[in-house]
Design a protein around this ligand. Structure first.
Ligand code: HAM
Length: 425
């Protein structure tokens, strides 16, 4: 038997209901902040990610699905979306539309990581990229959006961590100090970390090796302690806005994030209700990336969030409700099928109900069970006696009450329910 690839998942109807719920809410929220949706291709030139994310990062050095196509061009399934969005921003000259471009996405990505709960090889992210503003209020808006989405899904025990890794001008000096402070421990570091110390010392913080972690924790200086006065001012203004808009956060000087493009602000939101993979989302400022990928010098900030991890935290009751616009047509006696199909067809034409019709000639009991499984709020029972009187029986599955309704009044009956629902929602 051929099975799906490790680290990928099928989404079955019970799952896709949840996905659609999340997706539609996220489209609505991000639209309400004035962000426009962008969809980029699933694969890009490998170069884009090497230049954008950085050669020494975990993603580029070991997690990308890359291959040479028949034309010997190196292609890669996107492992993240910031670099593709920036590529598209430059290529489509979006800056000609205005000084600030606010984009969001909801898409699948690919990283060859070790699969475990909350970590897949094909996974999904929603995220935003605000390109064009250098000001701290833009960082604050991005963090506010990330945070408020979780609030709107009633996710609890959130922890927002923020930091500043300063502007690129302070990097050289800091890296020198970092290398000096770790020099005497170099031979105790893993081979990968030794190599990183030489080529891209900031990536030493990404090591998962226990000994590396201890050496770094005990000896590496914080980059935050070396940022410039302007960087500090930017960070303080950001904190002031977050305080004012009631976003609880804590300053974590250790937070450098594992992608090379960040400058100044970095942030992550975790939840204590998740397991080992507790990062719900992460992001930050990347003021040099547009220029690095061939565009004009343009500041930017954004975040991306794992959809699978959000899904793990949304309580099942949220989805287990009966749907009051969903109707089951129960047919009693095969001779009544044509009439039942006609009634159903008229209802479909004249209402916006979701209607499932029995098509397997089951017993009344089985049909009722099916209606419950499908979370239908109403069952319309169509049988010989009722049809003779041009009536049907409508059963409310929530309170088990049933009443006889004339077929000609059915549209009206459900219209009223639909109006009532609109008012309640
Ligand atoms: P990232 O931290 O690599 O950032 O990913 C963001 C989120 O994607 C993580 O916090 C996690 O929820 C989810 N995620 C990452 N890897 C996996 C996986 N293997 N399985 C399931 N979920 C996963 C970025 O991707 C940056 N592009 C974020 C950004 C946008 N920075 C600025 N703009």
């Amino acid at each position: 038997m051929i099975r799906n690839i490790k680290g990928t998942k099928d989404l079955l109807p019970d799952d896709t209901i949840k996905w659609r719920f999340i997706e539609s809410k996220i489209h609505k929220i991000l639209g309400s902040y004035g962000y426009g949706e962008i969809r980029t291709p699933v694969f890009e030139s490998t170069d884009l990610f090497i230049r954008g994310i950085g050669n020494e990062t975990d993603i580029v050095s070991k997690e990308m699905y890359s291959w040479l196509d028949q034309g010997k061009k190196s292609l890669t399934l996107r492992p993240e979306l910031t670099a593709p969005v920036v590529r598209s921003y430059i290529q489509n000259n979006l800056q000609s539309l205005g000084p600030i471009t606010k984009l969001y996405y909801f898409d699948s990505l690919f990283r060859r990581e070790r699969p475990q709960a909350g970590r897949q090889r094909q996974f999904h992210q929603y995220g935003i990229e605000a390109i064009g503003s250098e000001f701290p209020e833009q960082d604050a808006e991005v963090i506010e959006i990330a945070y408020n989405i979780y609030k709107q899904f009633n996710i609890e025990k959130l922890v927002v961590r923020i930091n500043s890794i300063g502007s690129p001008s302070i990097r050289e000096n800091y890296l020198k100090i970092l290398k000096q402070s770790l020099a005497k421990y170099k031979s105790h570091l893993s081979l990968v970390s030794q190599q990183r110390l030489e080529n891209n010392a900031l990536r030493i913080f990404d090591s998962k090796n226990k000994d590396d972690k201890k050496i770094v924790e005990d000896n590496a200086p914080f980059i935050f302690d070396h940022i410039s006065d302007e960087d500090l001012n930017h960070f303080n203004q950001l904190k002031k806005i977050l305080d004012k808009i009631n976003i609880p956060y804590f300053h974590d000087k250790k937070l450098v994030r594992g992608l090379d493009y960040y400058t100044r602000t970095t942030f992550e939101i975790t939840s204590k209700n998740l397991g080992a993979q507790d990062a719900l989302c992460g992001g930050g400022r990347y003021d040099k990336l547009v220029n690095q990928l061939g565009g004009k010098n343009t500041p930017a900030v954004g975040f991306a969030a794992g959809v699978e991890r959000l899904l793990m935290l949304i309580k099942d009751q949220t989805f287990n409700k009966h749907d009051n616009m969903k109707i089951y047509i129960s047919i009693l006696g095969s001779q009544n099928i044509p009439d039942a199909m006609k009634i159903t067809s008229d209802l479909r034409m004249n209402t916006n109900l979701n209607i499932i019709i029995e098509s397997n000639r089951r017993s009344l009991k089985s049909q009722m069970r099916e209606a419950n499984r499908q979370k239908c709020c109403y069952v319309i029972m169509i049988g010989e006696n009722e049809l003779e009187n041009k009536m049907v029986i409508v059963k409310n599955m929530l309170n088990s009450e049933q009443e006889k309704i004339a077929i000609k009044d059915l549209n009206n009956y459900f219209d009223k329910i639909s109006d009532l629902n609109k008012k309640i929602n």
